[in-house]
Ligand binder design. Structure first.
Ligand SMILES: [Zn+2]
Length: 404
């Protein structure tokens, strides 16, 4: 059934619901007409509406569609063998595009109606963004960072292009800003888990990072920075990037600056947590597993602190990384947020309205007037977060996406 057909209407009664910010512990009745939420009424009005000919849906809990604010659609998180993973990357673009389509399909089937793709070398993220706009595509909507910017011979070749001096930065960022929804800045490398630290210098100085931010902002684009380690975090927050991705080895001073400047943080626990939980996949020593645990514990502590300080937090998984599967990983990341001590409403906000606000969505909440984008659950995630894992129905951008 195409919900956007004129005349298609139904009413939905939920025992409890969450609008993206507020948990309402009483029944509500929603009217959906032609794929748009047109009315929200307190109470159960099923009988009256059924008598007026409205088809009725029911469920225990309704909430906005989930958002994964950090994925790489063209990467497949399922294989954990290093050789398989590097062979995946060598496939022709057509096959990588098919892999990205599968990722976006799997995300939507999990109730993730929107993903932010944090970079791919081929621009496959842009292609899937276009495909997802077609009604009934079965794909999660995509906010695409296209290709990012990095320094030559440094980390990030699978998702970024090389820039050199300030003029080259300006030219590249202006060019990328035409099609990229955001500019991805590869500010640091990844964590050296054996050393238990980020060991390389940031790729960009504070002055150079500022050139990236100023140029992107002049083009109306936000900047998301791949960044971990104290040196990189100081550059990221100092330059005023709009979002810090990963941000391992966070500190209170950086969080204070982020809060004051309203910079978002996407802590992406998933890839590190996977390597801690499955050290055999990489062959980590007991000592390195100890580093991983220490890094995860400090990260959780800083997430709790960030919440208390009022930093804007986004749930993002880095899906496509080893062991981090599209869609499913969102449930894991949400559990990491909860384990860190965040209240359920704050966790679900970080997975729904906070990213939508950060992306500048005209309607970040589940309210009348917006295209219907929601997940219906058989139980309340406020009683048990595991309820998120089995969505009964998913509506994306006004279309019924699950069951198909
Ligand atoms: Zn990433």
């Amino acid at each position: 059934m195409n919900l956007q057909d004129p005349g298609v209407r139904f009413a939905l009664v939920a025992d409890e619901w969450f609008d993206g910010e507020r948990h309402v512990r009483e029944p509500a009745t929603m009217k959906i007409v032609e794929g748009r939420l047109v009315g929200v009424m307190a109470g159960d009005h099923a009988q009256t509406l059924a008598a007026q000919g409205w088809p009725i849906e029911r469920g225990a809990f309704l909430m906005p569609g989930l958002v994964d604010a950090h994925v790489h659609l063209f990467l497949d998180g399922a294989p954990t063998d290093q050789k398989l993973r590097s062979e995946h990357l060598k496939q022709p673009v057509g096959l990588l595009t098919e892999a990205a389509r599968r990722s976006a399909r799997q995300a939507l089937a999990c109730g993730v109606t929107l993903v932010r793709d944090a970079g791919d070398r081929h621009g496959i993220n842009h292609a899937i963004r276009a495909e997802a706009l077609v009604d009934g595509s079965g794909l999660a909507q995509v906010r695409s960072a296209g290709l990012g910017v990095k320094r030559a011979k440094r980390y990030g070749a699978f998702m970024a292009t090389d820039v050199s001096d300030d003029d080259s930065i300006r030219a590249s960022v202006r060019e990328l800003a035409r099609d990229n929804d955001e500019i991805k800045l590869i500010l640091t490398g990844i964590i050296d888990f054996d050393a238990g630290a980020v060991t390389d210098e940031p790729q960009f100085t504070l002055a150079a990072a500022r050139v990236v931010v100023e140029t992107a902002h002049a083009c109306g684009r936000k900047v998301m920075a791949h960044c971990s380690g104290a040196a990189g975090l100081a550059v990221a927050a100092g330059a005023g990037v709009d979002a810090i991705e990963h941000g391992f080895f966070m500190d209170r001073a950086t969080l204070a600056l982020m809060r004051d400047r309203d910079l978002a943080w996407t802590p992406t626990f998933c890839p590190v947590h996977f390597q801690w939980a499955h050290p055999d996949a990489v062959g980590w020593s007991a000592q390195t597993v100890g580093h991983l645990r220490r890094i995860l514990d400090a990260h959780a502590e800083h997430l709790r602190l960030a919440h208390e300080m009022g930093v804007r937090l986004l749930v993002g998984t880095d899906a496509g990384s080893m062991g981090v599967e599209h869609g499913l990983a969102v449930f894991d990341e949400i559990e990491r947020f909860a384990e860190a001590g965040l209240p359920t409403a704050a966790v679900l906000r970080a997975a729904t309205s906070a990213p939508r606000r950060h992306f500048g969505a005209p309607q970040p909440l589940l309210v009348a007037g917006a295209p219907f984008d929601a997940v219906l659950l058989a139980a309340s995630p406020f009683a048990d977060l595991a309820a998120l894992r089995q969505p009964l129905r998913v509506w994306s951008n006004g279309c019924l996406a699950l069951p198909r």
